[in-house]
Write a protein that binds this ligand. Structure first.
Ligand code: 2AM
Ligand code: CA
Ligand code: CA
Ligand code: CA
Length: 280
């Protein structure tokens, strides 16, 4: 068995167990992060992240961690090194979770030598487990998945994550100008509120494209590997090389579709925007 497969085998039961626990939760109380009512966290986010980090650390003493909630507590995101590094989003779609909208998941990625080698995303409400190991394809509940293969933007169902634009001054102008440019071109627009699941839905062909700028490594670490392993295409929509530590991503079923999105978006003036100034 490969080293990475053994890591998957170790972490999978922990994630399934944590996910199943979420199903029993009632009366979820959320608190505002950084004083923003629209940026919420619950005790379950912290509990799941702590449990995963503690258990993995006990087994693999030299492994490193980048988690959403430990980064928020430190007010900094650790630098990626060559060491095996678990990148953890304990609940992706916390706002959905608080409202009991069943589009929420646990997302875990692993990098070794700074390369994404493992992705695991579990939505307990749908009992859907998306997995990928580098070079070995992507799976939903053990069955191989591929993207839709869609090549035409006018037939494309597009998950554009509009929720951040409403609150985030860095992104509002960018999002709205792109929306105006794309709304008449694509077949339909969705905004599910979970980056990890949006990426999984591209990977399994439920939608054809996902885009969100200004996100964090834990939003992207598992899902972008799952998309690529499903035959999809991921780029940094700003035109720079994709950077896991500072992800602005467009994930599409095919490279052709990606080029069609980019040719429309490049016609929109975004030069005034600085999307890299963010708080954790
Ligand atoms: P989260 O639930 O883990 O915070 C779309 O809403 C995506 O953006 C989700 O994956 C969500 O992840 C993330 N998100 C929500 N609020 C955010 C914020 N204030 N800053 C950055 N990302 C956020
Ligand atoms: Ca959050
Ligand atoms: Ca997230
Ligand atoms: Ca989260």
């Amino acid at each position: 068995m490969s080293e990475v497969q053994s890591y998957m085998d170790f972490v999978l039961p922990l994630v399934l167990e944590s996910g199943k626990e979420l199903l029993t939760v009632k009366n979820i109380i959320s608190e505002a992060k950084n004083g923003n009512d629209w940026d919420v966290v619950t005790i379950y986010d912290r509990k799941i992240e702590n449990l995963l980090i503690d258990k993995i650390k006990m087994k693999y003493k030299d492994h490193k961690f980048i988690g959403e909630e430990e980064s928020a507590a430190k007010n900094t995101i650790s630098t990626l090194t060559d060491s095996p590094t678990w990148i953890i989003d304990p609940i992706d779609g916390t706002a959905n979770f608080v409202k009991q909208m069943p589009i929420t998941c646990i997302s875990i990625g692993l990098t070794i030598n700074r390369e994404q080698v493992l992705g695991l995303i579990y939505n307990p409400y749908m009992d859907e487990l998306f997995t990928a190991l580098r070079g070995q394809g992507a799976y939903l509940n053990g069955n191989r998945i591929t993207t839709s293969g869609e090549t035409k933007i006018n037939k494309c169902i597009f998950n554009y994550e509009l929720s951040l634009a409403a609150h985030d001054g860095r992104l509002r102008e960018l999002y709205m100008s792109r929306l105006t440019a794309l709304i008449d071109v694509v077949s339909g627009i969705r905004s599910y509120g979970s980056a990890a699941l949006g990426l999984c839905y591209v990977a399994c062909g439920r939608i054809d494209a996902y885009q969100c700028d200004g996100l964090y490594p834990w939003d992207a670490a598992a899902g972008t590997l799952i998309v690529r392993e499903a035959g999809g295409y991921v780029i940094d929509s700003s035109g720079k090389p994709f950077d896991l530590m500072n992800p602005n991503f467009l994930a599409t079923s095919t490279e052709t579709l990606s080029q069609q999105f980019m040719s429309i978006e490049r016609s929109v003036d975004v030069s005034r925007l600085n999307i890299n100034e963010k708080t954790v």
